[in-house]
Design a protein around this ligand. Structure first.
Ligand code: FES
Ligand code: FES
Length: 179
């Protein structure tokens, strides 16, 4: 049975020969991205929709690639971290995450950036509360939450970021592994 399908990935039309695996099971978007197309920025964390490491965009909406079946993506428009830059120029979020050093091990970073990109599509200048709410389901075991928040603020043209924050006498916010 022919289970090929076409979708758009990072602005390029993709024809996938088989939306099912060799056992006839539907494949996830995450499987196809990482294991067939070689796009490794989208991470496999829990694989069960619990950690946010696999967050990508469908149109401007954040989705979890580990939970999306390829058979539901015919004609879809998907963007991964690899497609967020513009002709090699980093997206404002990518630049801000680097500027703020908003990563430690970096495992969660791709998902956080993609979730933040969806947020900025909704709110050009999100409040701190909106950022915290948007990112609350993206887990970070290293506890870089404050730097991530500062990076999103910076990317949206608000404030001058964490370096200014740290130069004051105020201590950084405590980390509790959640936003
Ligand atoms: S790998 Fe998809 S939510 Fe954790
Ligand atoms: S930077 Fe290590 S899990 Fe977030």
């Amino acid at each position: 049975m022919n289970t090929s399908l076409q979708f758009t990935l990072n602005g390029v039309g993709i024809k996938l020969a088989n939306a099912k695996d060799q056992d006839g099971h539907d494949r996830t978007l995450l499987d196809v991205l990482r294991n067939e197309l070689g796009l490794k920025a989208t991470r496999l964390g829990c694989g069960q929709g619990q950690c946010g490491a696999c967050t990508v965009l469908q149109d401007s909406k954040a989705i979890l690639a580990c939970e999306v079946w390829m058979s539901d993506l015919t004609g879809a428009n998907i963007t991964t971290l690899e497609g967020l830059n513009h002709h090699g120029v980093p997206h404002a979020l990518q630049a801000a995450f680097i500027d703020q050093q908003a990563a430690q091990c970096g495992f969660c970073t791709s998902g956080l950036i993609m979730r933040s990109a969806a947020l900025l599509q909704q709110h050009e200048k999100p409040t701190r509360a909106q950022i915290e709410d948007a990112l609350k389901d993206n887990l970070c075991r290293c506890g870089v939450h404050e730097r991530v928040i500062q990076a999103v603020l910076l990317a949206s043209g608000q404030g001058s970021g964490l370096s200014k924050h740290l130069s004051t006498s105020a201590p950084p916010a405590p980390n509790n592994n959640s936003f």
